[in-house]
Design a binder for this molecule. Structure first.
Ligand code: PLP
Length: 283
């Protein structure tokens, strides 16, 4: 399992960066996680577009072109061609001679990519649904940037873990925006709803795919604000992310949600998502 680092493929023990790297000192970097099924990345172009948006958001030039990234993915995934893997990409503003918040005049970004095995979702967990807790969103106001500055997300997810929950749903000004590492969907009276994209949440690639699949299946969709009361009264709640796919939520702040079981619309959309993956595997 080689790691791509600044133009070379190296063994993990050889993959080293400077302690002066701004990713290490300031969390001054951005990243992506791309799921790949039997060697085929899911929505790679969309993930790389989001990486570019994140880079622009922090004032960094794209270090590699789309075809260059693609070649890296092929090589990283080739070691385990049959397995499902998650590609992890990270670009930081690199090492600078001194620890100075201001950008270095000539930044030399640190570019890293690796592939890790991705476990299939545990069927029993999916069938039971997961528990979530609500938490005040203590993150910054540019959550649309997929930044490696993840301290708020780390503390929030840990807080959920300590409360026996899979995820923390983040609430700002009475609105439920997303999870600490996932996007949020609710179902009410047959309508699928998710908060609109904007600076207060990450535009999930899984979120977009779920909306696309639902739209194609003529499921009514609304991209609109979700008040925390609407979350509590929802018929169904789901979270989505590249590694979780579409996960039903059956408990919110220690109380059962909806029927307390994964809902019928989730079952439909999850089946569409599984079909999409199966097609990708066969492609
Ligand atoms: N929101 C946040 C804060 C995330 O960290 C993530 C991904 O981990 C997501 C949403 C889901 O994004 P994606 O579907 O692209 O994995």
């Amino acid at each position: 399992n080689e790691i791509y680092l600044n133009g070379a493929f190296v063994a993990p023990e050889q993959a080293m960066i400077s302690v002066m790297d701004r990713g290490f000192l300031f969390g001054d970097g951005v990243y992506e996680v791309i799921p790949a099924y039997a060697g085929r990345p899911l929505r790679a172009a969309e993930h790389l577009q989001r990486l570019e948006n994140s880079l622009r958001g922090i004032g960094l030039q794209a270090p590699l072109s789309l075809p260059e990234w693609s070649n890296i993915f092929v090589r990283l995934l080739a070691a385990e061609p049959k397995m499902d893997q998650a590609l992890y990409l990270q670009v930081t503003r690199g090492a600078a001679p001194t620890r100075d918040h201001r950008f270095p005049a000539q930044p030399a970004p640190t570019v890293m990519a690796m592939a890790k095995p991705m476990k299939a979702r545990d069927r029993a967990v999916v069938e039971a649904g997961v528990a979530v807790v609500t938490r005040d969103d203590i993150r910054w106001l540019r959550c649309d940037i997929k930044s490696t500055s993840l301290l708020a997300a780390v503390l929030l997810r840990q807080s959920a873990q300590e409360a026996g929950a899979e995820e923390a749903i983040l609430v700002r000004d009475g609105l439920a925006l997303e999870g600490s590492t996932s996007n949020l969907f609710i179902v009410r009276d047959g309508q699928l709803m998710t908060p609109p994209k904007g600076p207060l949440l990450l535009a999930g690639i899984t979120r977009d795919l779920v909306l696309e699949l639902a739209r194609a299946a003529k499921i009514p969709i609304q991209e609109r604000d979700i008040a925390v009361e609407a979350l509590r009264q929802a018929d169904e709640v789901w979270i989505s992310s590249s590694t979780r796919e579409v996960m039903p939520v059956t408990q919110l702040d220690d109380k059962p949600l909806g029927s307390g079981r994964p809902g019928p619309l989730w079952r439909r959309v999850d089946a569409l998502y599984q079909d999409f993956k199966a097609d990708l595997r066969r492609a």
